[in-house]
Structure formats: C-alpha cells, structure tokens
Design a protein around this ligand. Structure first.
Ligand SMILES: *Cc1c(COP(=O)(O)O)cnc(C)c1O
Length: 393
C-alpha cells in the first residue's frame, strides 16, 4: 500500500475537481424579461409567481409562497401556523440556525430531539419522548439531502395532534419511499441561498396543500398585508416581517428550477456510489439512507469509529486533506442548543447521539459538476486512509 500523503507519500488526487457554471443564458434571459416588465415587485410581475407555480408543479402541490430566504420560509410557516409564546416546537440539534430562528422570533421554545446515529435525522422515539402538553409542532430537518423517517414522524404527529414543518433547505428532490420530502407536513420549506442545490443568491419558499395556510403564509411573508383581493389591506391583526422575494430572484429561480432535476440526480448518483464503494471498511460508517428512500446529498458525511478504524475523525480528515480531498472533521461547531445565545439553557449531554455524531464525523461537499474520476479519487482516498490505519490497528 502506498504511503499516506500525510507521511510524504504520493497524494491520491492529482487533478483538480471539476467545476462548472451554475448560471448561464437561461438565467440572463429570465432576468432580462424581469427587467422588461418595468416592475420588480412580486405582486405586479410574473417571475416570483412563475417560480412558485413551477416549484409547486414539480412537487405536485397546490400552493407555494415565496420568501426571501430559507430562514424566512421556516419563520413564515411557524407564523402561519400561529405558533407563539408558551408553545414548544420539537426540532433537531444538528442543523442550520435557520431552522430555529423563526421559532425563537415567535416567542416559542425549541425542544431538541436526539438523532439517529447514522441517518443524522430525528429519532422518532426521542421526538415522542419530548412531547408535553405545550408541544404544538415538529420541525423536521432532512439533513444533507437525506429524507427523515416521515412515516413514523407523521404517525406521532397525528396521534398527538401536532403540526409538521419540513425543513427541506438541504434536501431538494429527496424522496421518502417514492414521495418527495416537503410534501408530507403542513408546510415544506426550501432555501435557494447561494450554497444550496439551486441558488437565487438568497431566497426561499413554502409548499402547502391547505389554502388557508397558504393565504396566511402569503400574508406573513409580507407584513401581514392582505393583497389577495387585489386591494392592499393593511390593518394587521398580528405582527409579521417583510420576507418578500423580488422579481429578480424569482427570474433566476425559474431558470434554476429547470436545472434542479439533473443537479439532484447527479448528486444522488455520486453520493450513492461513494457509499457503495466504501462500505465495509473497518470503522468507517457511510451515511445511512432509509430503505426505499433517495438522498440528493447536499454534502456527504460519514462517521469514524476510532476503535475499529485505528484513527479518530480528526486524524481521518487530516489524512484525506493531505490526499487532496477537501474533507473536514465535524459539521457545525456544537449542537445548536450549546450555542452561546441560549446562555446554557440546555445542558451539555442533552442529545448524546447528536453530540457524538459531531465528534466523530468527517464531512465533504458533493458537487454535481464532479466527473466520475473525481468520485473514484474520493473513494480511493477514503480506502487508502482506512486501509492504512485499519491495517495498523
Ligand atoms: C440553509 C438552511 C436554512 C436556512 O436557509 P437560508 O436561506 O440560509 O436562510 C435552514 N435550514 C437548513 C437545514 C439549512 O441548511
């Protein structure tokens, strides 16, 4: 076996990872049309509405409302559901702040359920164990493109009469048993920030089947002004922010949605291939996708069991880096509930599985632009590092 690059051997990756252009003539054409409308206001132009119609169509959902970000979309769902002070909302500790910002702004309390050790998605047993008479909703995060166990979660929600918001910011076109993540809950929330599968710079959207919730979401994202009847009714009953999307974002979004299926299919192919080709290595646990489900791999995160791998996650990531693979230990610095903003309100150890995931995971991004050779190099590097340390253990 060749020496690890970390120890002076030849690195696996000798060619740069393939990259590509996310935006092209399609976006330019849409932007031109948006400007030629002579308005960039979503209620007057056709681009935000076109983006929403197209997104709803792709997901087979009747209603879609746009928002200015994924955070805004989730806040809009929380607001439209009337969640407020005194209410508890169960969510997950390994996620983006955007998952909990809306809960906090509405004065509700996030309650953190622990995760499955290998899907990194909420453990239904922990969700159920955290339900109190104050629980109003569950915000389910489908982490890294991997669909959560929606069958079990919906069953819990129905039995306890809880609302369900799906945070699909990282999981465009992810399938839970043949059905798209984002179509199960009262709301499915999406992000088109710069780093997601598709980008409008910033942006977001909510999907729902419920016409009344749709109207509430439309209003919540627009200061609770009611524009639906054609006149703008401003005498709001409750407070809401301005989370409007502009026609420019809508225009780019329309063109990006045309690329979504190919982007997600390629990411799925790359991620699944890496998992197939590294499975069985001692102490290396690829992310687990539930039976019959499909991940669109926003990133790829595996776990290292030091006792079998002969190296910890940090050492494994360092060795991969030296081989030319931009991998790192961990994802977010700590569980969200450990962030200083909570001032210690949640104890360390609250979600032991989630905390252990963060200590033992190695993560790298996935790109739809990668060639098959890029994926082969990643697999070869992981196998090389695992073989080196595993052989020594
Ligand atoms: C990106 C992200 C958000 C927030 O989206 P923004 O558009 O950045 O506000 C929320 N939840 C998750 C899981 C995310 O990855």
């Amino acid at each position: 076996m060749s020496t690890l690059a970390l120890h002076g051997g030849p690195p696996v990756k000798t060619t740069p990872f393939a990259t590509g252009r996310r935006f092209g003539d399609e976006e330019l054409q849409q932007l031109r049309e948006a400007l030629e409308q002579n308005t960039l206001f979503y209620w007057y132009g056709k681009k935000v509405s076109g983006f929403c119609e197209k997104l709803a169509g792709i997901y087979g959902m009747p209603y879609c409302a746009a928002a200015s970000s994924g955070t805004a979309a989730i806040h809009t769902a929380v607001g439209a559901l009337g969640i407020g002070p005194g209410d508890e909302v169960i969510t997950t500790p390994i996620t983006d702040m955007g998952t909990v910002i809306g809960i906090l702004y509405e004065g509700a309390t996030p309650v953190f359920a622990d995760l499955d050790p290998h899907t990194y998605n909420p453990d239904p047993l922990s969700i159920e164990a955290n339900i109190t008479d104050k629980t109003k909703a569950i915000v389910v995060v489908h982490l890294a493109g991997n669909p959560a166990d929606m069958g079990a979660i919906l069953d819990i929600a129905q039995r306890h009469d809880l609302k369900v918001i799906e945070d699909c910011a990282q999981s465009w076109l992810s399938y839970y048993k043949g059905r798209l993540a984002g179509t199960f809950g009262d709301f499915g929330c999406f992000s088109t920030n710069e780093f997601k599968h598709i980008s409008t710079g910033d942006g977001g959207a909510v999907l729902t089947r419920d016409e009344l919730l749709y109207r509430k979401a439309l209003m919540f994202a627009d200061k609770n002004y009611d524009r639906i009847g054609g006149m703008t009714i401003r005498n709001c009953e409750t407070l809401a922010p301005n989370y409007r999307m502009t026609e420019l974002q809508g225009a780019v979004g329309i063109a990006q949605l045309d690329k979504l299926a190919a982007i997600c299919a390629r990411r799925n192919e790359l991620g699944d291939r890496i998992t197939r080709e590294i499975s069985g290595l001692p102490g290396v646990h690829p992310p687990k996708v539930l039976e019959g489900c499909k991940s669109s791999y926003w990133f790829y995160m595996m776990r290292i069991d030091e006792s079998q791998a002969g190296v910890d996650a940090q050492g494994f990531a360092d060795a991969l880096q030296a081989e030319g693979i931009p991998a790192g230990k961990g994802y977010i610095p700590t569980c969200v509930y450990e962030y200083p903003l909570f001032r210690g309100a949640y104890p360390k150890g609250l979600c032991p599985v989630a905390e252990e995931i963060l200590e033992t995971c190695v993560k790298f991004t996935i790109s739809q632009f990668w060639t098959d050779d890029d994926a082969s190099d990643i697999v070869a590097a992981i196998r090389k590092v695992a073989g080196w340390y595993g052989g020594k253990a």
